[in-house]
Design a binder for this molecule. Sequence first.
Ligand SMILES: Nc1ncnc2c1ncn2[C@@H]1O[C@H](COP(=O)(O)OP(=O)(O)OP(=O)(O)O)[C@@H](O)[C@H]1O
Ligand SMILES: [Mg+2]
Length: 246
Amino acid sequence: MTELNPTSAAGTAPVASTRAGAPAALLASNLVKYYDDGANRIDVLRDVSFSVEQGEMVAIVGASGSGKSTLLHILGLLDVPTSGSVTVAGESAEGLSESKKSALRNRSLGFVYQFHHLLAEFSALDNVAMPLIVRRESRSVARDRAREVLGLVGLAARADHYPGQLSGGERQRVALARALVTRPACVLADEPTGNLDRNTAQAMFELLSRVNQESGTAFAIVTHDPVLAQRADRQLVMEGGRLVSG
Ligand SMILES: Nc1ncnc2c1ncn2[C@@H]1O[C@H](COP(=O)(O)OP(=O)(O)OP(=O)(O)O)[C@@H](O)[C@H]1O
Ligand SMILES: [Mg+2]
């Protein structure tokens, strides 16, 4: 009766119904990044492509200056590539306005840095609830969920403490809880154990592995620690802006 038939093959074409068919948590396609001040060009990323599958834990390793943080910032939609594209949970970030990019970031990604970046004037609970408040969840829903995630990282008893009243390892666990509170497809972590002593770093990495397994959240973790990196599902090795293995 009309040209448009909603039940045609085209209309019902591939619906990913299995985990194997589901979109990657993160997809980097031909990422290039360089800085050019007219006199000099610094090539930071040279055609980097890879994916992080749903539920996968990937370690990104490489010498200082090889481009790991730049890569993570681009994957996290905090920086733009010179060319190439990033797809987060099946949604391409290419050409998105800043507000749409922020929304995609808030919906699908979480971040943990070497230094916790917690807000000193807010309690652990309110720091963790913050991404949900930004998303306009009600304060009570945000706090309930924050309490739940603080429990997941073993800090239920510290919910009312301020960052200044927590140890370095505890602050990193609060930062992890804040990254997880929105149930992101992928958490991006840049040296999350870089500021911790050996034992605390080990405990933090064990926590990351456990959360990865229990929640199915994918992780992309930059680390200088080869022992920790080996415990990821896969290692991506950066060398001079290229991915040389992974
Ligand atoms: N804004 C910028 N302008 C020019 N060069 C830059 C800029 N930002 C980064 N770079 C260069 O890009 C390269 C990669 O930096 P990046 O921070 O990604 O390295 P990294 O692998 O994270 O190193 P590290 O292990 O020391 O943290 C470095 O050589 C750096 O000097
Ligand atoms: Mg770095």
